[in-house]
Design a protein. Structure first.
Length: 310
C-alpha cells in the first residue's frame, strides 16, 4: 500500500470507527460526514472482510480538479470549524471567500472547504462544540467494571527504572521498561527494555511480543486484544500505532490528560516491581532515585553498581 493509500484508508477508518467501536448508528455517521449511507456500508463491509488495506481505492481521474486552499486559508477554515459556536459549511465558505477577496486572492471553491471540514476529527469537533464532558462520555473509555474475559482490554505504559545498567559503551544508564498488561488476569502479555526514551518502535515491539505465542511453557498469554488502553504519549498517538491497531482491528483508546481512568493495573505492577530490583538507584545514590550527585564519577558509580549487584 502506498503512502497516499494509507492516508485514504485511515481517513475512511476514522469515519466508520464510531459505528464499529462506539455503537453509533451507521446512518448517523454517514449523515455527520456527508457521505451516502450505501458508501458507508460498503466501507464497513470492506474493512470487516480485508482490514485496513481493503479501504483503499484506485486514484480517480479527476483527482486534484478542485482548487487547493492556501495554508493561511486552510488554518482559517479549521479555526472557524472548531470555534465554540457551530457554523455550517456554507457559512464558513462565505467567510473564507470574503477574507480571500479582501486579500486579493481567488476565493476557494465550496467543494474544497467542504472536504477540509469533513476531514476534521469528529472527536475534535465534539470537544469544540459540546465541551469536555460530552467528549469524555463519548470518546474516553470509562472503566465502570473490569474486563470480563482475557484479552478484552490491554493496558500499555512505560517507566524509567531506578537502577543503573552498563550500556554497550560501558557507561551506567537507567533503562526504560515498556509493559503491556492484560486487564482481566493482570498478567504481563509483553515487555521491552531499552536505553532509549519511549518511542513507537519500542511500543510496537512490546505489542508484537504480547500478541505472539511465547517460547516459555509457563507464559501462555497471547492473542489480539479488543482494546489497547494508553495515555497520550507520543508513541501511543503516533501514526504507526494507529495503522497497526487499525490493521489488527484493535480499538485504540486514550485516557484524558490528567484523568488516567482504569490504568491502575499497570501502575500497580510498576509499584510492585520497582522496589524489588537489585541495585536500586536509591541505594546507590543518597540524592534519591531521580537525581545524581553533581560530582559523580561514572567509573566509581560502575564499581558500586557491580558491587551491589554481585
Amino acid at each position: 500500500m502506498t503512502a497516499s493509500g494509507h492516508d485514504q484508508a485511515l481517513e475512511r477508518f476514522r469515519i466508520i470507527r464510531p459505528f464499529l467501536e462506539e455503537g453509533v448508528s451507521l446512518a448517523e455517521v454517514a449523515r455527520h460526514h456527508g457521505i451516502a449511507l450505501r458508501t458507508a456500508r460498503r466501507w464497513v463491509s470492506h474493512y470487516r472482510a480485508g482490514g485496513l488495506t481493503a479501504l483503499t481505492r484506485s486514484p480517480r481521474s479527476d483527482k486534484g480538479a478542485c482548487r487547493a486552499l492556501s495554508p493561511s486559508l486552510q488554518e482559517l477554515v479549521e479555526a472557524l470549524a472548531l470555534a465554540t459556536s457551530r457554523r455550517s459549511v456554507a457559512a464558513i465558505h462565505r467567510t473564507v471567500s470574503a477574507v480571500a477577496k479582501d486579500r486579493g486572492d481567488t476565493p476557494p471553491g465550496y467543494a474544497a472547504v467542504y472536504a477540509l471540514v469533513r476531514g476534521l476529527d469528529p472527536a475534535l469537533l465534539t470537544l469544540a462544540h459540546d465541551g469536555a464532558k460530552l467528549y469524555s462520555e463519548t470518546y474516553d473509555l470509562l472503566y465502570r467494571r473490569e474486563a470480563e474475559t482475557p484479552n478484552a482490554i490491554w493496558q500499555a505504559e512505560h517507566t524509567l527504572l531506578d537502577i543503573l545498567v552498563l550500556d554497550d559503551k560501558g557507561n551506567p544508564s537507567r533503562p526504560w521498561l515498556s509493559v503491556i498488561v492484560d486487564d482481566y488476569s493482570r498478567a504481563i502479555a509483553g515487555y521491552f527494555l531499552s536505553f532509549n526514551a519511549p518511542a513507537a518502535l519500542q511500543t510496537a515491539l512490546a505489542l508484537h511480543q504480547a500478541i505472539w505465542r511465547k517460547s516459555e511453557p509457563g507464559w501462555t498469554v497471547c492473542g489480539i486484544p479488543g482494546v489497547l488502553y494508553t495515555d497520550h504519549g507520543s508513541d501511543f498517538t503516533s501514526r504507526h500505532m494507529e495503522q497497526v491497531c487499525a490493521n489488527l482491528k484493535i480499538r485504540l483508546v486514550f485516557s484524558l490528560p490528567g484523568k488516567p481512568r482504569g490504568r491502575g493495573r499497570v501502575e500497580r505492577f510498576f509499584a510492585t516491581v520497582k522496589p524489588t530490583l537489585p541495585g536500586r538507584l536509591a541505594r546507590l545514590c543518597p540524592c534519591g532515585p531521580d537525581e545524581a550527585p553533581p560530582d559523580a564519577d561514572p567509573r566509581r558509580t560502575r564499581l558500586r553498581l557491580q558491587a551491589v549487584c554481585a
